[in-house]
Every structure is written in structure tokens, then in C-alpha cells.
Design a protein around this ligand. Structure first.
Ligand SMILES: [Fe+2]
Length: 381
């Protein structure tokens, strides 16, 4: 049966000002700080340590990064867009995530931040130089706020395919041949972090870096205890920015879950994915389309089992939108795509995982048996 325009309009009426099915209830977390110390403009890059930079560079090129700089001890990766690099990998004993670096909107923000947090403004150890303030978030993760002296110039972009839609014929007398090559990364999009100190860590990012929440997730039946996941964007006023630059969720571990890199379009995700699969890399989950943020996604494991995402076509929100609220569930992670994998959810049982859970349950944090059970139920529903 055909829908009438009225049919299509009706379901939207109660929520026409919201991007989500539900908003906050009275007294729930507002999702933004009244008077933050500064408002960061974006995520600048992520910092890692790895013992083998040659091996890291092979994966980086296969995944679609370009090399911004390479020395004996550092590998700086970038996308094709002008701006800052996406990632630095420093030579170290173990393979580990160090922390994120956020981009200050103005140089003077670093002074304000240093004054407020009792830190120092130091010289930045990045190509081109600049200044940085080093902080620790309440989970104990090192977070830097940086102001680069120089911007990287743009590199040649991967062009989006010209598509034919119905009677809208944009490509005639020409074939469609997306190249099976690394999907060229355009830029860093977001990082997802796990913490057993979710509420404190969330408030720190809102109060200190002026970030604002796009969507909250809560555990079914435990909404009154507050959210357990937040998708957080930068506040750039009327300028629409990525739905999430940072996502935080409650869990037994502290630190990196995954990071996401924008590519041109769905064909770039798919053809670049074929390229990775042919080289024996492990796909974690994909291809699909998320709900919170709406991105097309494809998740991969690097040789050290860090998860990285190719994404395209994500939502862009200005500061005007209020946070949405939804129950957390595995089936609520995607609008379409293959069933979510245990690898993506991190629910593969292992002695190390069990130890992590037991330690977290005994610690002074926000994880307790009811919440752990709620998380386990969410991951299987
Ligand atoms: Fe993601």
C-alpha cells in the first residue's frame, strides 16, 4: 500500500525537534556543561606505541593512511584532507594506546586550560611544532590539547563514484569500476573509550573540553541510575560537526575500544575492505549502517588487534540539538548489516577478560553486579 504524505508525517510529529526516538526525562543529565573551561574544536590525533614501526607502516598503508612523517622512532599518519595528522605511533616496548590529542580552537585556550588545571603550556613534539597542554582524564588516560603551528596541505582525494539513481542518470557511456585498492583515508573521525568511571569521565570531557552529548544509552530497567554510554561531539556553535568525536562507555577496562577514519563513500569502504581481506586482515564487523551517528561502517583489526573503522556519510549536528536517549542493545547498534560479532562487542570469553571483570567489580568505580548483568544482557539483546 502506498503511504499518503500525512501517513509519513504523523510518526514524526511528537519528535520533530529530536534526532532520536526519545529525549531526556526531567532531571536527567543535560549532556553539556553550563560553563566549560574551553571548547575544543576537534579530535586532532591519537597516540600509540608499538615495537615494530615497519609492520605498523605496512598495515597503515593497506588501511589507507598516507605517511606524514617517518623517523627511526616515530610514524605520523595522515589523511588526504588538510589539517593535522590522524595518528602518531612511537617506537616502544609494547603495543599500546597512549591517549587522544584534541585540537584547541585558539592558541589562547591553552593558557586558559593550563591555568584552570594547574598544568603547563609546552612545546609540541609534532611535525611543524606548536604548543600543547597535557592532562589526565579521571580514568587516568593521558589527554593532550594541542595547537599546531602548521597545517598539513591537502593531498589528492579519492573521487566519489558517479552514481545513477532511477531516472536520474548521471553516468552514461561510462562504466563503473571502483578500484580494489586501499580506501584513501580522508581524516580521523572519532575514538571510542571504555572506563569503569563513566559518569566522572563523561563530566570531565564536558566541563574541561566543552564537548556536548549527541546521544545517551542506558541499561534497560536501570535508566534511573543514569546513562552508561555517551556519543559526544564538539561544540562549534552553528557549525555542524560529527555526531560523535568521542564515545565513552561503562565497562571493566580502561582505554581504547576503536577509532574511526572517514573515507569517500560506500564503494570505497567495500573495495578497500576487499583489499584488506585479500591481504589476510581480520574484519571485526561490517559492512553496515549505525543508528547513533548513522555512519556506514566497516571494522577491522590491525596486526596488534587494535580495532579501526572505515566510515562514510555520518550525521553532522550543530550545537542546537538536544541529546537523544535510547536503551543499550547489540541489535540497536545498526540499522542494517550482518549480525554484530562477539569480536566487535569484546564478549569473547578469556581468562584475561574474566580477571579484568573481577578486578573492576572489586574496585572503587561505577561497575557493580547489577550493572555488569545489565551490560551482559544488553550485549546479547
Ligand atoms: Fe565507530
Amino acid at each position: 500500500m502506498f503511504e499518503t504524505p500525512v501517513d509519513r508525517a504523523d510518526p514524526r510529529t511528537p519528535h520533530q525537534d529530536l534526532h532520536s526516538e526519545q529525549g531526556a526525562l526531567r532531571g536527567e543529565h543535560p549532556g553539556r556543561a553550563r560553563n566549560p573551561v574551553i571548547k575544543v574544536a576537534d579530535l586532532a590525533w591519537l597516540e600509540f606505541e608499538k615495537p615494530d614501526l615497519d609492520r605498523a607502516e605496512v598495515f597503515a598503508r593497506d588501511f589507507g593512511f598516507a605517511i606524514a612523517a617517518r623517523t627511526e622512532g616515530e610514524l605520523w599518519l595522515r589523511g588526504t584532507f588538510a589539517g593535522s595528522p590522524c595518528m602518531v605511533i612511537r617506537k616502544g616496548i609494547a603495543s599500546r594506546f597512549i591517549g587522544p590529542a584534541f585540537r584547541a580552537a585558539e592558541r589562547v585556550d591553552l593558557d586558559r586550560l593550563a591555568r584552570d588545571t594547574g598544568g603547563d603550556v609546552r612545546d609540541l613534539d609534532a611535525p611543524g611544532g606548536g604548543k600543547a597542554v597535557g592532562l589526565l582524564d579521571p580514568s587516568g588516560l593521558p589527554v593532550r590539547v594541542v595547537h599546531c603551528a602548521e597545517q598539513l596541505p591537502a593531498l589528492p582525494h579519492q573521487q566519489p563514484l558517479i552514481l545513477n539513481f532511477g531516472t536520474d542518470h548521471r553516468r552514461t557511456n561510462a562504466t563503473q569500476r571502483p578500484p580494489r585498492e586501499p580506501s584513501r583515508i580522508q581524516r580521523l573521525g572519532h575514538v571510542v573509550l571504555e572506563t569503569p568511571l563513566f559518569a566522572r569521565t563523561l563530566d570531565w570531557y564536558l566541563d574541561t573540553l566543552g564537548m556536548i552529548v549527541s546521544d545517551f544509552l542506558f541499561l534497560d530497567g536501570q535508566r534511573g541510575r543514569g546513562p552508561t554510554m555517551a556519543f559526544i561531539r564538539c561544540d562549534q556553535g552553528s557549525l555542524a560537526v560529527d555526531h560523535h568525536t568521542l564515545a565513552l562507555h561503562l565497562g571493566p577496562a580502561t582505554g581504547y575500544v576503536h577509532s574511526a577514519y572517514q573515507v569517500t563513500d560506500l564503494d570505497a569502504i567495500a573495495a578497500g575492505g576487499e583489499y584488506l581481506a585479500e591481504r589476510g586482515y581480520q574484519r571485526s564487523w561490517g559492512i553496515g549502517r549505525h543508528i547513533q551517528g548513522s555512519q556506514l561502517f566497516d571494522y577491522w583489526r590491525d596486526p596488534d588487534r587494535f580495532m579501526l573503522e572505515h566510515f562514510a556519510d555520518g550525521d553532522l549536528f550543530s550545537c542546537d540539538l538536544e541529546p537523544g536517549w535510547a536503551p543499550m542493545s547489540a541489535s540497536g547498534l545498526a540499522q542494517w548489516g550482518p549480525p554484530v560479532t562477539r569480536d566487535f562487542l569484546g564478549t569473547n570469553p578469556s581468562p584475561a577478560k574474566l580477571r579484568e571483570v573481577m578486578t573492576a567489580l572489586r574496585g572503587d568505580n561505577e561497575l557493580d553486579p547489577a550493572r555488569l548483568l545489565g551490560l551482559m544482557k544488553a550485549m546479547s539483546s
